[in-house]
Ligand binder design. Structure first.
Ligand SMILES: [Zn+2]
Length: 427
């Protein structure tokens, strides 16, 4: 009888241990100031969040900060191997010229550091960076205080830019991070749970829980133990995994959950997920048996793509309603005109559309043809893609916008651009 009680206590302790999620060790720099964390990121390529970027802006830098945004058009890269190096050189040259009067206010050390930073970026682009399979590259550099790089296999919906200023320029990267949900992908089986992070195409294993599930043979070889059904072992395992998911959502600000596993396992496991997390499930995928890491990544990417497509078809409905109600302007020329007059309320853009345009960035004036700015009478500057300029304008003025990446044919009848406009009397 006593023996039995002891076993019960032992069982109870195991139950408690199963529900309790272990305290995670603090990573170096994790709770340090923003720039330090990002300096760590430079070395480890860890994924970052929008709040990391915001804390980076609030950092204090002893010298200028260089922000670099480069699209890596695979066609261009094929033609000229180091094309992005020449793009960087041209853009930094132009930026230094534009910022000449501000640069004169810097002291000797600051100037020297800026030149060293430019040289570091050049060397990185020339010797280290391999653009294979990548579509864009983001860099921030400011002496020893900030050194951060991020490469994506998606294109930035912004023009190539190099900016030298007191703070980092984060808008284009914020727009990428906001657009792409941060997903926790979990592979569940009867005796293990493996957790992965998926964000902007980057895939990283976070951790693995391995649980001991006894079978009958083990039970017979350990006489005197109270046999709880195999089910209770399983429940313990499921509960532990479910709590781990909750903890990771709390720690890493995930937006969505993907579950992969055998049909029966997933069905049982879902019972253990708390309601607040349950509604974050963006997809489940049945996969009997062991999956390789590669398979898990591919499955997760497909789930995510389907989720994005679903979102796009909902957005298409919303857009068509607005068009039906006569509250919109369609076509590039009309939308650009409405944008110039600050009449745009919401913007829908085909993310694959590329159309040459002209711009005066001082007066936020866009045009589909060559000409002069009506405000300063200066010759308009040619830009590679006017759609990127529209997106940038929308961000600056906090206009809602939506970019169709998968179902961009939705916008074909409207020349790739639709704008909901304010209902004001036209003059
Ligand atoms: Zn102007």
């Amino acid at each position: 009888m006593t023996n039995n009680n002891w076993n019960q206590i032992e069982e109870r302790e195991k139950e408690i241990a199963a529900v309790k999620v272990k305290e995670r060790s603090k990573k170096a720099g994790r709770y340090e100031s923003g720039w330090w964390r990002l300096y760590q990121s430079f070395k480890t390529q860890r994924l970052i969040t929008v709040s990391d970027l915001k804390s980076m802006v609030h950092g204090h830098y002893n010298q200028p900060v260089i922000s670099v945004y480069l699209n890596l058009d695979p066609e261009k890269v094929k033609r000229e191997r180091k094309v992005y190096l020449s793009v960087f050189n041209a853009l930094i040259h132009k930026e230094l010229k534009n910022r000449q009067s501000w640069l004169l206010t810097l002291n000797k050390d600051q100037k020297q550091q800026l030149n060293e930073d430019i040289q570091t970026i050049r060397e990185y682009l020339e010797r280290v960076f391999a653009p294979k399979g990548l579509k864009s590259l983001v860099l921030y550099k400011s002496g020893k205080q900030l050194g951060f790089k991020f490469s994506f296999n998606i294109k930035l919906h912004h023009r190539d830019q190099v900016i030298v200023d007191n703070d980092p320029y984060i808008l284009p990267l914020v727009s990428v991070l906001t657009k792409h949900p941060r997903v926790l992908s979990v592979f569940m089986s009867k005796d293990e749970a493996v957790f992965y992070r998926l964000h902007v195409g980057e895939w990283e294993k976070i951790e693995r829980i391995k649980s001991f599930t006894p079978n009958e043979k083990v039970d017979h070889s350990r006489p005197g133990k109270v046999w709880r059904s195999r089910l209770s072992w399983l429940h313990r395992h499921y509960r532990k995994a479910a709590n781990q998911i909750k903890q990771l959502f709390y720690e890493e600000n995930f937006n969505g959950l993907v579950l992969i596993g055998a049909k029966e396992t997933l069905k049982e496991f879902k019972e253990f997920i708390s309601p607040s997390i349950y509604k974050k499930i963006i997809g489940t995928h049945e996969f009997p048996g062991k999956a390789t890491e590669r398979q898990l990544k591919d499955i997760s990417l497909i789930v995510l793509e389907n989720y994005a497509k679903e979102k796009e078809s909902k957005e298409k409905q919303r857009m068509e309603e607005i068009i039906g109600q006569g509250k919109s302007i369609t076509g590039l020329r009309g939308v650009v005109e409405a944008a110039n007059r600050f009449l745009v309320k919401r913007l829908w853009i085909d993310g694959n559309k590329k159309e040459k345009g002209w711009v005066c960035r001082d007066h936020h004036f866009l045009s589909v043809e060559k000409g002069v700015c009506p405000y300063c009478k200066q010759e308009l500057e040619e830009c590679e893609n006017i759609c990127d300029e529209l997106i940038e304008m929308a961000q600056i003025y906090h206009i809602d916008y939506f970019v169709f990446d998968f179902e961009s044919k939705n916008l074909t009848p409207y020349e790739g651009t639709v704008a909901e406009v304010y209902n004001v009397q036209q003059d």
